[in-house]
Design a binder for this molecule. Structure first.
Ligand code: PLP
Length: 472
């Protein structure tokens, strides 16, 4: 590992710890009881039942001393708070988008954008829709279409930008079935559903040209834009000496607007925004914002939250932070690779995505293999992960490939140290060593939308895993 300062000294967490929170230590018996009570859905666990929580990197960041200080000097004016002014000018400076409004989180921004732009029968292409993005597109009667490159579905391909859009597939949609029925093109940076994989500047440029040639606006789902920019700096020719801010300006210059969950690269626990260059659209978004979220200078948040977001957005662009962030994920990947655990390579920006099909080849989608694996990691060491596969994406999205099937170990920002990650690697490796004994689950309750949040499961009766001979 190379440190940014070029000294060759070992890399360390680029922060020291000022406040600590005790980690719960549930016993094996307590974990078993918790699983039963939770209906084998880890979303139903309480935090005191969890040792290491890798459910999500969303809203789970540790804030810095400067962010906490920003909360303390919050100006809680209903309208015209100075925190809004700072929030607005920070995002304008980063993105160049002139019009923006806060929302309480990312999906609220998606609701405003899609309900304003989409009508029934429309198509929305995206490299890969995130679960809430897909749900909001569908909620407005439009069809989400995933157009990531083939390499995104090849878990071993070393492609440096597996989040890229498949340009011929996008053309085919825009000029074929979707002709005149695509209100916006969206690109998710990084591609969360596809493993936190980055999109190259070159690819974004081509997507922007394709969309604009047809007078279709390009919007970015920019939750993890700083992580994406760091990968561009590392991997795209000619980018190594450019600052993250500079790469960001190049990215955003190609787009007409964005939605963001600040719970990711905003380094806060709640918040988001929607931004656009289109003043007329901005007025329509504002009407919807006032109806659903609040006045445009707070958008469903406490004003102090806007101050913490402004500071967090700037901190997320610092090179020592980003290097630590990306290297931390690679470090966990390295430990798992050394133990022969199958996962998506190369590791993305915010977590390790375990390859469920290769991890548990004796289980199928009907056995809810991904959920079964997530349950087993909790059982083994109190580690909470999340299924990112058939249950989370429950159909409805147009795909040219068999859908991906992952268990995601998402790493919260600035929360866990290398020792915590070594513990996680050991837990995963132990489950891998006894993988043949892992049994499937049956779903006992299937909710109609976003099923992963509230579904319930039970162990699959007396089902015995097939012997190696039967599998052949
Ligand atoms: C988290 C996320 C969202 C939704 O944001 P919330 O703040 O959870 O509502 C949208 N898109 C992507 C890519 C995300 O990771």
């Amino acid at each position: 590992m190379r440190a940014v300062d070029g000294t060759g000294l070992p890399p360390i967490e680029p922060f020291r710890i000022k406040v600590v929170e005790r980690l719960p230590q549930p016993t094996p018996e307590e974990r078993e009881r918790a699983l039963e009570r939770a209906g084998y859905n880890l979303f139903n666990l309480t935090s005191d039942e969890i040792r290491i929580d890798l459910l999500t990197d969303s809203g789970t960041s540790a804030m810095s001393d400067h962010q906490w200080a920003a909360l303390m000097v919050g100006d809680e004016s209903y309208a015209g708070s100075r925190n809004f002014a700072e929030f607005e000018s920070t995002i304008q400076a980063i993105t160049g988008f002139p019009h923006l409004m806060p929302t309480h989180q990312g999906r609220a921004a998606e609701n405003l954008l899609f309900s304003t732009l989409c009508k029934p029968g429309d198509f929305v292409p995206n490299n890969m829709h995130f679960d809430t993005t897909q749900a909001h597109v569908r909620n407005n009667g439009a069809r989400p279409v995933n157009v990531a490159i083939d390499e995104a579905y090849d878990l071993d391909s070393p492609h440096p930008f597996k989040g890229n859009v498949d340009l011929p597939a996008l053309t085919a949609l825009l000029d074929g079935e979707g002709s005149g029925r695509v209100p916006l093109v969206m690109v998710t940076i990084t591609n969360n559903t596809g493993g936190g994989q980055p999109v190259s500047l070159e690819n974004l440029r081509a997507v922007s040209e394709q969309a604009h040639a047809r007078r279709i606006p390009l919007y970015l789902d920019m939750c993890r834009w700083a992580e994406n920019a760091y990968f561009i700096r590392q991997r795209e020719p000619g980018m190594a000496d450019r600052s993250i801010a500079d790469i960001g300006r190049a990215i955003f210059a190609l787009a007409d607007g964005a939605t963001m969950s600040a719970k990711k690269d905003g380094l806060v626990n709640i918040g988001g925004f929607v931004a656009t260059r289109d003043p007329e659209l901005f007025e329509r978004l504002k009407e919807a914002l006032i109806l659903y979220e609040g006045f445009p200078t707070y958008g469903g948040l406490a004003r102090r939250d806007l101050g913490a977001i402004a500071v967090g957005l700037r901190e997320a662009m610092e090179l020592d932070y980003l290097e630590h962030r990306i290297e931390q994920v690679r470090y966990l990947g390295g430990l798992l690779a050394a133990r022969g655990v199958p996962f998506l390579k190369p590791p993305g920006g915010h977590g390790i995505y375990l390859d469920v099909r290769r991890f548990l080849p004796h289980l199928t989608e009907e056995d809810h293999a991904g959920q079964a694996l997530a349950v087993e990691l909790y059982r083994e060491g109190g580690v909470r992960s999340v299924e990112v596969g058939a249950i989370m994406f429950d159909g409805g999205v147009t795909e040219r490939h068999a859908p991906l099937d992952f268990v995601r170990l998402a790493i919260p920002r600035r929360v866990y140290t290398s020792a915590h990650l070594a513990y996680v690697a050991e837990v995963v490796a132990r489950v891998h060593a006894r993988r043949e004994g892992v049994r499937g689950l049956v779903m006992t309750h299937r909710p109609p939308r976003l099923p992963h949040f509230t579904a319930r499961f039970a162990p699959a009766g007396a089902k015995v895993p097939p012997t190696p001979a039967e599998r052949r």
